[in-house]
Design a protein around this ligand. Structure first.
Ligand SMILES: Cc1ncc(COP(=O)(O)O)c(C=O)c1O
Length: 423
């Protein structure tokens, strides 16, 4: 009989994968809590919450019941000219949960699209006001997704090389701040044509798990907002407690104007995303003139089942027990960081919320295609842990329901890896 892998080889094209290297994907048949069960029965700990989204683990019963119940009531309906309870309830809950005063939720279905929506909203906001503002500012090292607009506002890299000539140009500021960068920010703001400034609050994820000081973002946002530039917080990775608080931008003193959420929104069970904004942004689109309409929408916008699951997921994320789980992971990460800090072969051991990361010292420059990633990934899989280093950046970002025993397996695997580097 042909295995799942045999059949996969014949017809599937995987994301972020060079098939020419011939490494096989993991044949996963089931998910249980923090574990993935493979076709051959092996149990692999999902140390990265399946691309950072399965906050409450695999096969979560509360989420499954919410989905099943909603399926029986209303599975799907278009969202133009129609509304439904799960979408309205979720919008109300998200606006209430977000620490800054936001009142409008625009639905879409993945992180890149939530970013596209934010950029398009910002550009059309200025057009509707009769001002020509087309310039966009982002941070060096950013990653905001793979659609064209989202690529354009991200760092140029191996991800974007093939499309470089088609991407609109963007000004970049350093996430590290500093007087020279603040002066450049002031200069950009003075020119009066910046539509929006987009950033990942607290942590740049795909860019290498780089932590950002909220005070730096506050300085940039304060300067931009003085001139009306809309500030966009991309919380697609950081949202729903990943860095500690429910939203990383709550650690900023300055509130953004728009925020993008996805990934943990449904705890990775169904595709859903939102771009939320302040009422003042929405008001610029309200008119008796069609040309001020935001002509954007997707077939699966505000899918009722996804919204119902997101409500159930938010209930869990907001609970005291979930906050305690996050705290427990943070403490365990911090202890492990102490254990390996200063070991040869690694540097930059860091912890923020439930994220643990360190850099492998390599003779060549790091970057996503560093050979360290492939070798390390295999090393971890052989020991029953799914970790997918970003180039030479090794990180762990487990589901919040991960057990202490599972965490210890992850840490001992990481320690073996560090010892192996030191040989
Ligand atoms: C900060 C950030 N923004 C946007 C995205 C894109 O989200 P998606 O992969 O759902 O398109 C990601 C994905 O990793 C992300 O980390």
């Amino acid at each position: 009989m042909r295995t799942l892998l045999d059949r996969d080889r014949d017809c599937v094209w995987h994301p972020y994968t060079q098939s020419g290297f011939g490494s096989d994907p993991l044949p996963v048949v089931r998910g249980e809590g923090s574990a993935l069960i493979l076709e051959d029965g092996r149990r692999i700990i999902d140390g990265i919450s399946s691309w950072w989204c399965c906050l409450h683990g695999h096969g979560n019963q509360r989420l499954a019941s919410a989905a099943a119940q909603q399926f029986e009531t209303l599975d799907h309906v278009l969202f133009a000219g129609v509304t439904h309870e799960p979408a309205v309830a979720l919008a109300e809950r998200l606006c209430g949960a977000y620490p800054h005063s936001f009142s409008r939720v625009f639905y879409s279905d993945n992180g890149s699209t939530a970013v596209e929506v934010a950029i398009k909203l910002a550009v059309q906001f200025w057009r509707n006001r009769g001002e020509r503002r087309l310039r966009v500012v982002a941070l060096h090292g950013a990653y905001h997704g793979d659609t064209f607009g989202a690529m354009a506002v991200g760092a140029r890299s191996v991800f974007t090389n093939a499309f470089e000539d088609l991407l609109f140009s963007v000004e970049y500021l350093s996430p590290e701040g500093g007087d020279a960068e603040v002066a450049r920010c002031e200069e950009l703001a003075r020119q009066g044509d910046v539509a929006c400034f987009i950033f990942e609050p607290s942590v740049q994820g795909a860019g290498g798990m780089k932590f950002i000081d909220p005070a730096v973002l506050d300085r940039y946002c304060a300067i931009f907002q003085r001139g009306g530039t809309l500030c966009i917080a991309d919380e697609i990775m950081t949202g729903f407690g990943r860095t500690g608080p429910l939203f990383a931008s709550s650690e900023m003193a300055i509130a953004p104007d728009l925020v993008c959420l996805s990934k943990g929104l449904t705890s990775g069970t169904l595709p859903l995303a939102v771009t939320m904004c302040r009422e003042a942004v929405f008001r610029e689109f309200v008119s008796d003139d069609h040309s001020r309409t935001f002509f954007h929408g997707h077939t699966f916008t505000a899918n009722p089942i996804a919204c119902a699951v997101a409500l159930a997921s938010l209930d869990i994320s907001e609970s005291e027990s979930c906050a305690n789980q996050r705290l427990r992971i943070n403490e365990a990460h911090s202890e492990f960081a102490e254990r390996v800090r200063g070991r040869s072969g690694i540097e930059g051991v860091r912890v923020r919320g439930t994220i643990l990361a360190f850099d492998v010292v390599t003779p060549e420059a790091g970057g996503y295609v560093s050979p360290v990633a492939q070798q390390a990934r295999q090393f971890f899989i052989d020991r029953g842990v799914l970790l997918r280093p970003l180039g030479n950046v090794v990180y762990c970002m487990p589901p919040y329901c991960v057990t202490d025993e599972e965490l210890e397996v992850v840490y001992s695997t990481l320690e073996d890896f560090v010892n192996h580097l030191g040989l």
